[in-house]
Each structure stands twice: as C-alpha cells, then as structure tokens.
Design a protein. Structure first.
Length: 490
C-alpha cells in the first residue's frame, strides 16, 4: 500500500487536487487550501475580455506551456511538491461499458476487456489501453466495468503534461470517487431495489444505477440543455439497462439544491431524494482512497506510461552518471565508467526500439484483420439499437398510464415491445404512431418499420390493465432502415 497519493481531478481546465498521507491507521489530507488549483491570473469563473479588432485570437498563438491547463499543472507541482499524480476524469471523457463475462474469463480480464472495447469504440484505427474492475462475481459469471481513455480525449491533457513536465501514475473515473465518498448518504434508505444516482458535480452529469446496493450500470451524460433532455438521457439509460420507469429511488447529488422543476420531472422515474455536497473535493479524495486501497481500474494510456518510464530511466541514469563521475575522480576509472554507461544506454535504446517495432507490427496486423468488420460496424452509428428504442419511446401516446415492461431487439429483423395500458384507444394510437415512425434524419416518407402488428392478443390483469405485445418488422430489402452497428440487444 502506498504511503502517500496525490490526485488531480479535471473539471474543464481547472484541476481540483488533494493529497492523502497515511498517518497511523487512517489516511489524512495533507493540506487545507487544496481547491481549485490555478496559476496566477487564472481565476475560476472569471470572464476574460474579448479581443478587440486587430488583436490576435487569445488561444491561437499561445505557447503550449502558457495555456491554462499547463499553468494549472505547474501550480499543482508547486502546491504538492511532486510531479507524479493520479488523474481523475469525468465519465464523459471515457469509453465506459458494463459487461457480463463468463467465469472462465477471470484469468484474462484485460483480454476480454479489449474485445469489449473494440466492439463499442468509434476509433477503429486506435488500439485502446483497457482498464477493468470487477463489480460483482459469482461462480458462473463476472460483472465488470470496462473503460478506456481515447487519444481524442487525452490529447490536450498530454500536451499540458508534457509542457509542465508532470507524469500520471494512475487514471481513474471521478464518479467512482464520488460513489466512494458519498456511499453512506446515497444508500441511507437501505440497499434494496433499484436506485438511480445522478451526479451534477463535475462540469456535467454522470449516471450510476445500483441494484440492491450493487453497481449494475454507469454512463457519462455530460452537459444538458434542460430538464427534458436530462430526463430523456435517463430514460435511454434505463432502456439500455433493460427497463424504463421502474426505479425505486432517484438520488440527486448536487452542489446546491436542485430546481423544483427538475425534481418534479425526475419524479416520473421514482422517489427523488437530494444529496447536497458541500465538500468540493470529496470525489477526488474518494479516488485517492481508492488508490490507497488498491482499486483495479486504471485507464492510463500507453503513451503516458512510456513517458513516465522514460523519465524514471533518465533520472536513474543521471544519478548513476553522477556517482560514476565521483568514482572517476577518486579512482580514475574513466574507461570503465564510460563503457558501462554506453552499454546501459545502448541496451535500453535497443529494448525501446524492439518494443516500438512490436507495437507497430501488432497495430498493422490488427488493422488488416478487423478493417472490414469495423467499417460495417461503425458505418451507421446514429441508427443503432439505442436510437431505435428512442424512436419507439417517442411514439408513445400522451397518456401517463401506458408503460413498457420489456423490449426485444433483433438486428435487421424486428423489435418487440411488451407493456400495459388502461385504454384501448392508447393502443391504437401507439400502433398508428409506430406505423408512421421514422428516424429524425430520415428522408420524407421513409418509415422505420415495414409492418407493425399486435401479436399474442391482449390480456387484462386483475387491476384492469390491458397487457399487449407490439412487434415492428424492419424493411427486408432496405439496409438503411435497419440498424447496422450493435448486432443484437435485449
């Protein structure tokens, strides 16, 4: 277990930092003035004056070392006295997926995670470095969180790190830190049932679903424009998990009391409970405690790892050369010292070149083997299973008494919706809307389904609800109307 860990959590270009040191049995914060970390002249929330006519754009010609994030990293170095940090990022910057793996995969979780990331990554030419953490495990299967940090989301951070000469030893998701710090307050009502947890704490929304107190789903939503958009994202998340509107409780973690309109809107999913967070670095501190406890998830890109290894090597080499020079002065062993140094550097450079050649060969072979599959899989990202489910949900009549109980999606074949309603008029309206349903970007007259039918008849429950089954069949000869990306989903 590490004796000290320093974590920087990014919120835009303003890192929040905290340092934990193990003193006795419990880690303690190393400083009180820890947030936010800004360089001189960069105050959070301060609006910068607009450039006048004839002036250069403020960011176009700024040197990399003078950009806000690089200056903030240097401020963190001055504050905490170290150039090595654990980095904490919001879910919206990461590729994240909850996967169920067979128990046999526990011996090669990274390999299984790599396959899962390849199936969802929108970057076919990039070999992602996966991070995996087991959320639950039985004798038959493993529920794991699989995540990665794409180059597109890490490029700006990489440039700022290089300019400030700092290194990352581990990269985690801030949502896990908030969950670690706020767990007693989030689960204060007990651990049974489904609990939807929404975090508005890191420059955007993150969503986590707990089933009977265990993590079952997580997703980065990011910024939204209003309550309706947030409610739609929650609905889509629950649909992706396998149901909608069936949460027992919605826990809203915010920095100040939420808008009553938002609470009322989220009440459609379950009882809403607010958790007001007054500690600005509780999430970052949670990540620090996870690091001290040995948490498994680490999405640090390979390039960051190589840069740190190279830095450590150069530092050791510098130290060794200083010692060698001292020995040379004492015993005049110039030739011996030079020979050893030369061999040491030569072996290291050969090892680096060998690793780079292997990595290049691996990328080339992998690209050739999977190019056709990746092109087909990502050709139409917008018309995936999730968008089909959204289009179906938009076809619901305005009645509040009509609910879905399950979906079944078969690629290029059909979508089956099961649910209940109180009025047959709602069923007819729903079927008409499905017959006329189309994607938002579809051409005029282009419909999503070739045929919609009500199968299996209708049954009436003891409470008078009409149970129904609707099935929509995709166009058999029109590939553009059928989802192409996600394979099949239930």
């Amino acid at each position: 277990m590490a004796k000290q860990v320093t974590v920087l959590g990014l919120e835009g270009t303003v890192p929040r930092g905290v340092s934990l040191a193990v003193e006795g049995e419990h880690p303690q914060r190393g400083a009180e003035d820890f947030w936010p970390l800004t360089a001189a002249g960069d105050q959070p929330g301060e609006e910068k004056p607009e450039a006048t006519a004839g002036e250069d754009a403020p960011t176009e010609n700024v040197a990399e070392e003078d950009k806000p994030l690089a200056r903030a990293f240097r401020a963190a170095v001055a504050k905490f006295g170290t150039r090595e940090f654990t980095l904490s990022l919001p879910l919206s910057r990461l590729l994240v997926k909850m996967v169920r793996l067979p128990a046999e995969a526990r011996d090669d979780l990274v390999g299984a995670a790599q396959m899962e990331l390849d199936s969802i990554s929108p970057f076919p030419d990039e070999v992602l470095m996966p991070g995996v953490e087991v959320a639950a495990e039985t004798d038959k299967e493993i529920l794991a969180v699989v995540a990665a940090l794409p180059e597109a989301a890490s490029a700006e951070i990489s440039e700022a790190m290089s300019a400030a000469k700092v290194h990352v030893v581990r990269t985690d998701a801030t949502a896990f830190g908030w969950l670690r710090s706020l767990w007693p307050r989030i689960c204060s009502g007990g651990g049974t049932g489904r609990r939807v947890v929404l975090f508005d704490l890191d420059d955007g929304w993150d969503l986590i679903v707990l089933d009977n107190g265990a993590l079952s789903f997580m997703r980065g939503i990011g910024r939204v424009t209003g309550t309706d958009e947030l409610a739609r994202e929650v609905t889509l998340s629950l649909l992706q998990l396998g149901g909608a509107g069936d949460a027992d409780e919605v826990v809203l973690c915010v920095r100040s009391h939420a808008d009553p309109a938002l609470i009322q809107r989220l009440g459609a999913f379950g009882t809403v409970r607010e958790v007001v967070v007054d500690d600005p670095v509780a999430g970052v501190e949670g990540v620090a405690r996870r690091s001290l406890e040995g948490a498994a998830l680490d999405v640090t890109p390979e390039s960051w790892r190589e840069a740190r290894i190279e830095h450590l090597f150069r530092r050791r080499l510098t130290t060794w050369m200083a010692v060698a020079c001292g020995i040379w002065v004492v015993v005049m062993a110039v030739l011996f010292g030079v020979d050893v140094t030369y061999d040491f550097m030569t072996d290291h450079q050969k090892a680096l070149q060998k690793d780079k050649r292997h990595a290049a060969a691996y990328k080339e072979v992998s690209a050739l083997k999977s190019r056709v599959e990746l092109i087909q899989r990502y050709a139409d990202h917008a018309h995936g299973a999730l968008e089909v489910f959204k289009t179906i949900s938009d076809a619901l009549p305005p009645s509040q008494d009509m609910v879905f109980t399950s979906f079944r999606y078969r690629r290029d074949e059909s979508v089956r919706v099961m649910g209940s309603a109180t009025e047959r008029e709602d069923l007819r309206t729903f079927m008409d809307n499905l017959n006329n349903a189309s994607f938002e970007d579809a051409e005029e007259g282009e419909k999503l389904f070739a045929k919609v039918q009500q199968s299996g008849g209708e049954t009436v429950s003891r409470k008078g609800a009409i149970r129904f089954t609707m099935e929509g069949f995709f166009h058999a000869d029109d590939e553009e109307n059928a989802p192409k990306k996600n394979g099949g989903a239930k």
